[in-house]
Ligand binder design. Structure first.
Ligand code: TXA
Ligand code: MG
Length: 292
């Protein structure tokens, strides 16, 4: 079942059902050794899935859950290889979206312990931020028993911040709306990129990519699409795909703008990257990967 979250739409299955997880991987076209995030309705279920939880991780949960943050923690024996990619680590997230919350609570009331859900797109492509995007991405691979819940456009628009909580200090593995500065209020951050042995597929250099070629920070030519903050003007002959007025709006509209560029058949989409830290850095990260 595909469902909305505050970040992007997810393709959810019972995190304890190996057959369901295998089918989800098939629908996504994702290699089976890639781990998937387990979504739970509250931190009450953390101890079911994870052990040796450091204090800073508990503080992060208290502060930023429900919300766009995924924590990687040492797993219990409930987190099987088929959701962890064989690693000793499980990814957990408590989404804030109301529909996601109701879905998880209902599932837990029926005896479930978590919903394994990657972004509801084909492997390597742009994450969906509307139900229609999910239909376009996965419709041909879904059966009549598969549901897509339409919760309208996602509020954040880029995937959750992923934080490795297996070390003495938190390490950020994927940037998102929970920013460095916010995490720093809880704990100093481990900035050493070489320390983590954990594989994160969202950190492959080519990921989040549309069919069009994405060019960064150059003047667009006639016939190209343009994504840039509203203050930047559209040259003649260039088609504006998004003109967000803020960094938040940039994040919210980025993926739908890339999709719209594809559906209009653009060969090149030029993106002018937002400046600054926090969410702007997360947007630049996705744009770098989209352009790789
Ligand atoms: O915002 C989000 O995180 C969305 C919504 C649906 O929750 N989900 C999402 O899932 O972006 P996905 O699978 O597209 O990206 C999750 C990333 C992947 O790169 C995966 O490798 C990493 O998280 N990940 C998940 N569980 C992990 C684990 N146990 N160990 C290491 N990396 C993990
Ligand atoms: Mg994804």
């Amino acid at each position: 079942m595909a469902f909305p979250t505050e970040t992007v739409y997810g393709l959810g299955v019972d995190a304890e059902n190996e057959t369901a997880v295998a089918r989800m991987y098939e629908i996504k076209g994702r290699p089976s050794n890639h781990p998937v995030i387990v979504h739970i309705s509250s931190k009450n279920l953390v101890s079911y899935w994870a052990r040796e939880i450091p204090n800073y991780a508990t503080e992060l949960m208290n502060k930023f859950w429900p919300g766009p943050m995924t924590l990687l923690l040492k797993r219990t024996n409930k987190a099987k290889d088929f959701i962890t990619g064989g690693q000793d680590v499980v990814g957990l997230r408590v989404p804030s979206n109301e529909i996601a919350q109701s879905l998880l609570k209902e599932f837990e009331a029926f005896g479930g312990h978590g919903v394994a859900a990657p972004s509801a797109n084909r492997f390597g492509s742009v994450s969906p931020t509307t139900a229609r995007d999910v239909q376009e991405e996965l419709g041909e691979f879904l059966g009549t028993e598969d549901l897509i819940i339409d919760g309208g456009p996602c509020e954040v628009g880029v995937e959750s911040t992923i934080i490795d909580c297996t070390g003495k200090l938190p390490r950020i593995l994927r940037l998102g709306a929970i920013t460095d500065a916010m995490i720093n209020e809880v704990s100093p951050i481990d900035k050493d990129d070489n320390l983590s042995e954990i594989r994160v597929s969202g950190s492959l250099s080519r990921h989040y990519s549309p069919k069009a070629k994405v060019a960064l920070d150059r003047a667009p030519s006639i016939g190209e699409g343009l994504i840039a903050l509203a203050e930047i003007e559209t040259p003649n002959g260039v088609v504006r795909l998004a003109s967000p007025k803020s960094v938040e709006e940039y994040a919210r509209t980025l993926y739908s703008a890339l999709r719209s560029g594809d559906s209009q058949g653009f060969r090149v989409i030029v993106a002018v990257m937002p400046e600054g830290e926090g969410l702007a850095a997360a947007i630049r990260d996705r744009l770098f990967r989209a352009s790789a």
